[in-house]
Ligand binder design. Structure first.
Ligand code: SF4
Length: 338
């Protein structure tokens, strides 16, 4: 049974369906194959995490979904179905009208995401331009949302400028703005990376509470496995532009099938039981994505690589009910290609 068939049998159509998505960046040195054959679903009202090292393509994927790519980006194949419409095929105007309405985003750096010369009030009213109601009604909704994200004294703080908030409070403002429009899908690109550990926990809990309340889906990009375990229902592990493993969070974290997922988990400080002065790392570096590649993309760093890994691209194998991974080692008689 193919993975698509499996999804059809086990759940309603996903809110977001990414299929065989490939994207290159044109550079003076050649084409960088930043995403290769990425397939991923975000079911309605679920939180899907994307994890991987820097350079794995997770933020590129998030920006591709939002249509916020630089001019040298070129989607070479695939589709991004959102509420049944292919975002890569609809007219630019229709796609833009989804932003700040059905699709919303929280960026990594709240200072650059907010306009520094406009008050929070003006920015929170502007973001509701799709919505009904007078300016005073939109203002009241903004105050209410600031209160819900934990901004003290929101009525008075509404008139402040972004630089008058701390980093954690600015990110709360950004989350308030993103959720004010009640999106169907919130894309959150490393929203806690710029925050300290205490604030990170608070923001994760806040996102979880608001997601449950609003009923939206979240595509949550992070390199922090603990945050993903806390917040997400499903997770996709990306390496060098490919999804190498994906499934339910409990399956991936308790029974990782791909050597890269296992290596990532072994390097997670939250899972290291013994006290140590040196944190483990994955030996080697993410390979260059210039030009085409043959064989498994992880082969230069994989401790279990063998001849076939150099010659053939691994296909996706299904493990259990709801987990798939790309590795030749999984291709024995007990498992079938997904
Ligand atoms: Fe390692 Fe080969 Fe599996 Fe790639 S296909 S992860 S190189 S064993």
């Amino acid at each position: 049974m193919r993975r698509d068939d499996l999804i059809q049998h086990t759940s309603a159509p996903p809110l977001l369906e990414i299929r065989d998505l490939s994207l290159d960046f044109g550079t003076p040195r050649g084409r960088v194959r930043a995403l290769r054959n990425v397939s991923l679903d975000v079911p309605a009202a679920q939180v899907v995490g994307i994890v991987g090292e820097s350079g794995s393509g997770k933020s590129t994927l998030a920006y591709t979904v939002m249509g916020l790519l630089s001019e040298n980006a070129d989607v070479t194949s695939g589709s991004i179905l959102f509420e049944g419409k292919d975002l890569l095929k609809i007219p630019a105007r229709a796609r833009r009208s989804l932003l700040g309405d059905r699709l919303s985003m929280v960026f990594q750096d709240p200072m650059t995401a907010l306009n520094p010369v406009r008050t929070i009030e003006n920015q929170m009213i502007d973001i509701q331009h799709h919505g009904q109601g007078s300016r005073s009604e939109k203002r009241a909704r903004a105050v209410d949302m600031l209160h819900r994200v934990g901004i003290p004294d929101p009525k008075n703080r509404l008139g402040a400028y972004p630089h008058q908030f701390s980093g954690g409070m600015r990110q709360r403002v950004c989350i308030a703005m993103a959720l004010l429009v009640k999106p169907a899908l919130l894309v959150a690109d490393e929203p806690t990376t710029a925050l300290d550990a205490t604030l990170e926990v608070q923001i994760i809990h806040l996102l979880k509470d608001l997601q449950t309340e609003i009923g939206c889906s979240i595509l949550f990009v992070s390199h922090h496995l603990g945050a993903v375990a806390e917040l997400c229902d499903r997770v996709a592990v990306m390496y060098a532009g490919e999804v190498v493993e994906q499934g339910a969070v409990r399956d991936i974290f308790h029974n990782p099938a791909h050597p890269y997922t296992r290596a990532l988990l072994e390097c997670d400080p939250g899972r290291i039981k013994k006290s140590t002065r040196t944190l483990p790392t994955i030996p080697g570096e993410v390979p260059s994505l210039l030009g085409s590649t043959k064989g498994c993309i992880f082969r230069t760093r994989c401790p279990q690589a063998f001849n076939r890994c150099v010659q053939e691209d691994p296909v996706e194998y299904r493990i259990g009910v709801d987990q798939v991974a790309r590795c030749h080692l999984l291709g024995d008689e007990r498992l079938v290609p997904a």
